[in-house]
Design a protein around this ligand. Sequence first.
Ligand code: LRH
Length: 472
Amino acid sequence: ATGGVVAAVDLGATSGRVMLGYVDDGMLRLEQVSRFPNGPVPGADGELHWDFTTLYRHIVEGLTEALRREPGIASIGIDSWAVDYGLVNGQELLGEPFHYRDERTARGVELVHARVPFGELYRRNGLQFLPFNTLYQYAVEPGLRDASSALLVPDLVAFLLTGARVAERTNASTTGLVDVRTGEWDLELAARLGIETSVLPPLVDPGVVLGTLHGEARERVGAPLEVVAVGSHDTASAVVAVPLSTPDAAYISCGTWGLVGVELDGPVVSDAAREANFTNEGGVDGRVRFLHNVTGLWLLSEAVRTWEAEDGAAIDLPALLDAAASVSGDVPLFDANDPRLSAPGDMPARIAAVLGEAGAPAPATREAFARTIVESIAQAFADAVATAGRLTDRDIDVIHIVGGGALNRLLCQATADRSGLPVLAGPVEATALGNVLVQARAHGWFGPDATLEDLRRVVAASVSPDRYEPRP
Ligand code: LRH
């Protein structure tokens, strides 16, 4: 066959979706089946969790509806945000997973670095410092002792659906416990950190069949559908679907986060890369996602959430961004990656405090505030693109922005202006497309030996990005 249909479960930090992906003669099309909200849920002591039970119910409902619409679904693929996990014992999930923005991780960082200094960690796992990398979470996770397995979020969904206990490799690379050179668990590191290595499931690569729906999931959905591993880290799936237009192109996968970097064949763990806080995450087909995390649209969505709470009414985001685009003159900038902006809460007040420290007045209106936020994100994007070029000795000539941020025209233009490079925006649904593409390839719909470049040609044939030229 040269085509068919698959289902993609794509879980983001603010919403999750179930999509159908149609492949027909080298072309690709998505249809949304369901969309449901997601976000941090404060517990009794203020700790932050995910409401995984509700998410899972939405997933099963979405898959049920997907199969009702398309009885010919060939498989299901699952991706989500990285680093977070659930603990299981036997068939039982031991509590709701922690949210990576929970503040307990600060203690985990101290504990881990006291045993293994960051410089050594970087040489071993190649990861930029992010306070919530899974190994820091495990260091303060008492439940690990009672668990038979620790499963990252997409692997946890696959486990509940099929009973398979695995760790998909692209997402496992974000735990900090995978050896950046071999792609295997670094068991020695885990042991030194006191992490019971028996909780780490066998690693599998994207494209592998994980199992078929079992038990209650099979009854509810109504068929023994196959689950196929995809790049289960959402960013890995997104990068699969970047229609890289030149060998020196950079990408920004922009949603809650802006993941800014390039694709490499092997890791770079130089002192310069470590000092610039660039990460070597595992990509599909053994590629390396050499990138830097920039706090992305989180800054804007948290600000909007604060204003909506003040007003007791919803805010029209496109209208706010249009107004922000008309703000004239220079607006003050702040460091988008300031750690004080990473927890949920009153974002405008915190940004005003950060600006105030630098002697800059807070913007007087909401549209000026939105403009300050977008310009600050764009500046951080431009800086990270320049750094990626410097660290890899590449002359970056174009920036692809994919994900929800590709819809933000103000952000795309500001990124072009501040980097001096053309921006190609789209596809918006890169993550779901990457999920679908890896499943479709596993079914042989692009021929026997389709490469990532072949998959990107399918994307390029199926979507046309918007182009933003840099303005002086
Ligand atoms: C984006 C993302 C990113 C991680 C963060 C936790 O959704 O997966 O790549 O760093 O969430």
